[in-house]
Design a protein around this ligand. Structure first.
Ligand code: MLT
Length: 203
């Protein structure tokens, strides 16, 4: 499986970001965020391969906030396989990958943590929801995760994001959260908090 994507190699010692846009976005959207966080990092930014009324997504949903979990599981494996083969083709270190996703992209990045222990060295999830309420995560102990969320987010309800946080904490992940009041949109405050978190964890 190949996805439309952008690849930029990183400088030695810097991670590669797997970048995953929100519903209706493209692989170009979040590249400036990575450059803001670490301009020397590598970038593998992927375009979702599901079309919903012309909008790119990473998996199907049955209604807003109601995921087609079978489709999500299948596409989570496909994305993981793509990440592995991209690391071979582009020769980046697959043990030094940080996920950066927004909304639908954050949700498939989170989904990866239920199936793989070794997908990421860290994750930045902007406005995520739990993809699986009932399932236990597989991710490794003490995975550093940054979550930016909105107290008034109408698309990713705060209680749902809190469930994801507790699922992560239950398997020992090291979660840092930044709650804002601006609904579903990304704020400068949230981006600054993600950058500070990255600098503390990885530089
Ligand atoms: C999803 O479908 O992943 C969430 O509802 C967020 C979004 O609208 O992208």
């Amino acid at each position: 499986m190949n996805y439309e994507h952008i690849y930029k190699p990183g400088e030695p010692g810097h991670p590669t970001f797997l970048v995953l846009h929100g519903t209706g976005g493209t692989e170009k959207d979040l590249v400036p965020l990575v450059n803001y966080i670490d301009s020397k990092a590598g970038i593998l930014s992927v375009r979702g391969d599901v079309l919903e009324n012309g909008m790119n997504r990473f998996f199907r949903r049955l209604a807003e906030g109601i995921f087609d979990k079978e489709d999500l599981e299948k596409r989570t494996h496909t994305l993981y396989d793509f990440l592995q083969s991209a690391s071979e083709n582009y020769k980046f270190d697959k043990t030094n990958v940080i996920a950066l996703g927004y909304s639908n992209g954050a949700n498939i990045a989170a989904s990866m943590l239920y199936f793989y222990e070794d997908a990421f060295k860290g994750a930045i999830l902007h406005h995520p929801m739990t993809p699986f309420e009932e399932r236990e995560m597989k991710t490794s102990d003490a995975l550093p995760v940054f979550i930016g969320a909105g107290n008034n987010d109408p698309i990713c309800p705060p209680e749902n994001t809190r469930l994801l946080i507790s699922q992560l904490e239950n398997v020992g992940s090291n979660v840092t959260t930044e709650w804002g009041n601006a609904g579903h949109s990304l704020t400068q405050n949230e981006l600054d908090a993600a950058k500070n978190w990255y600098n503390k964890q990885f530089s």
